[in-house]
Design a binder for this molecule. Sequence first.
Ligand code: IFM
Length: 460
Amino acid sequence: MSSQFISFPKDFLWGAATSSFQIEGSPLADGAVSSDWYRFTKTPGRILNGENADTACDHYHRYPEDVALMKELGLKTYRFSISWPRVMSGRKQVNAKGLDFYRRLLGELNDAGITPNVTLFHWEVPDWAEGDWENRETAHAFRDYAEAVFKALGKEAPLWSTMNEPICVAELGRLFGVFPPGRNNDRTAYGRVTHHLNLAHAMTVQTYRQMNLPGEIGWVHSLQEIVPATSEKKDLEQAQKLLELSQGVYLGVGAGRGYPDSFFDFAGKPEGYREEDLKTIAQPVDFLGVNHYFPTYARYSPGFDAFDNDRTPPPGAPLNDLDWPVVPEVLGNLLVRLWKDYGYRKLFVTENGFSTRDSLRSPDQTVHDDARVHYLGTYLEAAHKAIQAGAPLKGYYVWSFLDNFEWAYGYDPRFGIVHVDYKTQKRSFKDSAKWYKETIAKNGFDRGALPKNPSYRYKK
Ligand code: IFM
């Protein structure tokens, strides 16, 4: 084997991830109800090119074919989410047909020997949940939904996550206006939503424990490490503030440290906030899911955005086609810091991946995706360094298994290792899928064989 071969621990869980709304299509089929995201996609001006997720990858009908592709890739594990509006047609009304879809999917995965890792919330809130996450009652409704899923399917999967990237719901929906309900700089709503998501997460963990289920439960966060843009005091302080607002408000509260003062300074005390909530939220979890793509640069810039921050990457930085900077070593540092700061006994990289855009690349470059292979290889190398430093990283999920509906950007960005032709729904392996398949089979890869001049774009 080459001296540059990077070998992963035995039993390392090699996976790929997706989410319900981004791939399933058929959002109103078989008793599923309308959601905030469904309505958002129908609101003119919200989604690039006026696209929607009515068909997406048609995974709702093609899941057996998709699981067969996962098997062909050699995936050890698959991370997907359950759609709340598909499973609960009302506050107390379970939609048996919706649940049945996930029962069949879990059956296919278990038959294929692929370990399911199930997320209960990847952003669709059913319309019947009045007031959405701004209403404390939604946290209770979510717990009830989770209990219904656990009752029906709890034993079918060993890994459960309460929610994916709550920060996006709070920030992108209430401060940056690009997610439902599409509001800008509504700090009060941002504060309430953050707190209620934390409560929903914690009550769901409590329920899982009370039901004595045999698996493990954790939460999945967007952890885009914060890097001060300069060593000036104002940027160092800005970095600290952003760290508190992006990680302290979730991981810190989960660890029993309460909310940082910066949260109350920014958002005020959420209406209905009770001190005893902090005790509820401080629930030990079995693992932390780390979704990481890029570092966030902290540059204090009054009025630039809701946080007075200008995150523009430095000139010359390699970029993906969404202009996200490619800085692999940050992932290694992040994993080690999360392990040391919070004492998690198990970490997964639950998302990491590279986007190309159809509007910026040729079809050939889209499938012969050397930049994605280079990105995955160098980020995995960084993850491997973190393992060597002691971080308890047990698995890695590439985002994404399939090209899919990238929220407000529609279908222009493609994150998949498997290409989807949206006209025919034909799936085909990109070069990255072939590389990943070989990596899984060998439990590692040759660092020296990664593409030499990956087709990144660069920050001017
Ligand atoms: O597509 C999203 C996913 O839904 C959540 N994490 C980031 C991905 C890429 O933007």
